[in-house]
Design a protein around this ligand. Structure first.
Ligand SMILES: *Cc1c(COP(=O)(O)O)cnc(C)c1O
Length: 230
């Protein structure tokens, strides 16, 4: 069979994604060997085409993440019909006017970081009777430009969400500052989660997921190392 140039390149790209994916799985296996812990690999598909996403779906991968509601609505409802067991994670800044769509489409939300957002999510969960896995985002490096509840407010915000709003919060999420050694930030997130007996830690990206796993990550979010540059 003779392939056109474009088609041949397309297949080569698929092979690269599969090779990257297998390599990441191996690296995760290696990291968890010593610590006897389960880790979910979330393939961050923001900015990636449906065609590329389907390469992983055909391999049996099911956890993916998006950071924009509009983009997710364009890509995922059709894929979810074809692959009903997809677990879709929201990892972007969430506006309160997008909460209804977020609760409807996503199986997990990682970025709860303020009271009015938590309140809106609680309301939508009750209305829709849908129960996504919920994470509170902590601004672990206390950076002005980053989202997340501040470290000093984290404990009271977690308690407010769980006790007052009855939100079934399962864990914490963070993005450590760029250019600094991430280990102490991951450890601090684990410490805060421990105070509230929260079992899940969403931390670790392409550049630092092995460090995150050693520090106790249960969910790693990896984009570039699987799909290539966006
Ligand atoms: C984009 C993104 C990732 C993935 O980052 P990579 O460096 O491409 O692995 C993880 N988490 C969040 C919140 C992101 O926005």
């Amino acid at each position: 069979m003779i392939f056109g140039r474009y088609e041949a390149l397309g297949h080569m790209e698929d092979d690269i994604i599969i090779a990257n994916y297998r390599h990441i799985l191996e690296r995760i296996e290696k990291s968890i060997e010593l610590i006897n812990q389960k880790v979910a690999l979330i393939a961050v598909s923001k900015g990636q085409s449906v065609e590329k996403i389907e390469v992983l779906l055909r391999k049996g991968h099911r956890h993916f993440a998006e950071n924009r509601i509009q983009e997710a609505l364009e890509k995922w409802p059709k894929l979810k019909i074809k692959y009903p067991d997809i677990v879709l994670h929201f990892i972007g800044a969430l506006q309160t006017n997008k909460v209804k769509e977020a609760v409807r489409l996503f199986e997990a939300i990682h970025t709860i970081d303020r009271r009015n957002l938590a309140e809106k999510i609680a309301k939508e969960i009750t209305n829709q009777e849908r129960y996504p896995l919920l994470f509170i985002q902590v601004n672990i490096g206390e950076e002005l430009q980053k989202s997340g509840v501040s470290i000093v407010e984290a404990d009271s915000f977690i308690e407010y969400s769980i006790n007052d709003l009855k939100l079934p919060i399962q864990g914490l999420m963070c993005i450590p500052p760029i250019g600094k050694s991430p280990e102490k930030y991951f450890k601090l997130l684990k410490e805060i989660a421990g105070r509230h007996e929260l079992p899940c830690l969403s931390m670790g990206m392409s550049n630092d997921f092995e460090v995150a796993i050693s520090a106790g990550a249960t969910h790693v979010r990896i984009g570039t190392e699987i799909f290539g540059e966006r």
